[in-house]
Design a protein around this ligand. Structure first.
Ligand code: BEZ
Ligand code: FE
Length: 286
């Protein structure tokens, strides 16, 4: 008979995973058990508090669907998503930032210069930039997956008035590793507050807003894939992002442009804003 008591419980539970053959998975589970038990011991967790915690998880499960995960949101608002992003970012390369729930695979393929304006209202922005390696050489086989919200602050998944391909695309950079993309200025956005995370935010007085941003995934063979965002420096929520995604290197100024030749080349009849995003990708880990 195994006599389980306070001093051997953690080790016994950790040992129960000894049969897992993958060493890393086993290590992660042992550490998870160790940290969970340490949390309960250090806080002297009571039955009522433990039940309240489980209730929070039950509510999260209840509101979670295929297209809306309260658990991913939990990871975002507790800063875990950002911590994992930051741990994988190498100094001197473009930092990662949260993926968020509105990435959908299979965006339409387009060619740079990309034009996503369609009939979207909003301020016109030319996003332009390059993808380079750590030595400053262009990465000419890079592809970019791009998505953003519309002028009403909503992503296409949240707004039946938008087509499912609105304000999203994939494209290859050109032969010099550069790109241009005509779009509209994104708007600040509230994370979903109708679930347990919303209750937590109301109880803590935390801001549920995200500053306006573009979402960008950059991929190239032999390089680490970068999932990141680009922020508007004039946004009122830049210092209080609900999911901690803002990094200095991901904030870019919007410059007014009114050069007639550029406007003609871009097919624009009005002045526009331009924003630059130059990406540095690290080589993939061997
Ligand atoms: C977003 O960028 O849209 C987002 C990111 C994290 C949580 C919710 C929304
Ligand atoms: Fe977003």
């Amino acid at each position: 008979m195994k006599n389980i008591h306070r001093d051997n419980l953690t080790a016994v539970v950790q040992h129960s995973f000894a049969g897992i053959s993958d060493e890393r998975t086993r290590h992660l589970l042992e550490q998870l058990v160790g940290h969970l038990h340490a949390f309960a011991l250090q806080t002297k967790l009571t039955h009522d508090e433990w039940r309240a915690g489980l209730g929070f998880l039950h509510e999260a499960a209840h509101i979670t669907t295929d297209s809306r995960s309260e658990f991913s949101l939990m990871s975002d608002v507790f800063g875990l998503s950002s911590l994992v992003d930051l741990m994988s970012s190498r100094p001197g390369t473009t930092p990662g930032s949260v993926l968020g729930p509105f990435h959908a695979r299979g965006s339409p393929w387009m060619t740079t210069p990309v034009n996503l304006l369609a009939d979207n209202p909003g301020e016109v922005v030319l996003l332009h930039g390059s993808v380079k390696d750590e030595a400053g050489q262009p990465i000419t086989n890079a592809t970019i997956d791009f998505w953003q919200n519309a002028d009403n602050g909503l992503y296409w998944q949240q707004d039946p008035e938008q087509s499912q391909d609105n304000l999203r695309c994939q494209f290859k950079v050109d032969a010099s590793g550069c790109f241009e993309l005509l779009t509209i200025r994104p708007k600040p956005y509230s994370i979903p507050t109708d679930g347990p995370i919303g209750k937590l935010f109301r109880a803590s007085g935390r801001s549920h807003w995200r500053p306006a941003h573009f979402h960008i995934i950059v991929e190239a063979a032999a390089y680490q894939t970068l999932v990141t965002e680009l922020f508007d420096p004039e946004d009122p929520y830049l210092d209080s992002d609900a999911v901690f995604g803002v990094r200095q290197a991901l904030v870019t100024a919007y410059q007014p442009q009114n050069n007639a030749a550029d406007m003609a080349r871009l097919g624009l009849s009005q002045p526009y804003l331009s924003a630059e995003f130059s990406v540095v990708l690290p080589l993939a880990r061997a």
